[in-house]
Design a protein around this ligand. Structure first.
Ligand code: SF4
Length: 121
């Protein structure tokens, strides 16, 4: 089983504590987190994914904040040296995000204007 993951969600999963846009959204986040723990291959995207599929901001496949979040995705991919469409084991991607963004102290320059920013410290 391969999952579709937009690149900036590689940061979101590191900080997820059960808060989100709706009950359906957070239930899906917990389920996705469990599935990703098995280290599946994921396809990295710069568009709506398996998280967005249960988000109230997903308007017929387009995020209501499309430009902002696509920019987050692009920055994450660039800093990790990856391209949209890359297929990679989840834990390998998670490590790239940790090493190149989170431990490097670069998260806030990417998504510091996100409404959930205060949770991600
Ligand atoms: S806000 Fe946009 S990018 Fe974030 S989960 Fe919802 S649809 Fe996806």
């Amino acid at each position: 089983m391969t999952y579709r993951i937009r690149a900036h969600h590689g940061m979101c999963f590191s900080f997820f504590q059960g808060k989100g846009y709706s009950g359906e959204f957070t239930d899906n986040m917990w389920e996705m987190k469990q599935k990703l723990d098995y280290n599946p291959v994921v396809t990295l995207l710069q568009e709506t994914d398996d998280v967005c599929a249960h988000c109230p901001n997903n308007q017929e496949g387009i995020c209501a904040s499309m430009e902002k979040v696509a920019d987050y995705d692009g920055q994450v991919l660039n800093l990790c040296g990856l391209e949209p469409g890359t297929m990679i084991r989840w834990k390998d991607f998670e490590k790239l995000v940790q090493d190149h963004i989170l431990k490097a102290g670069r998260r806030e320059e990417i998504c510091g204007d996100c409404e959930w920013n205060r949770l991600c410290i």
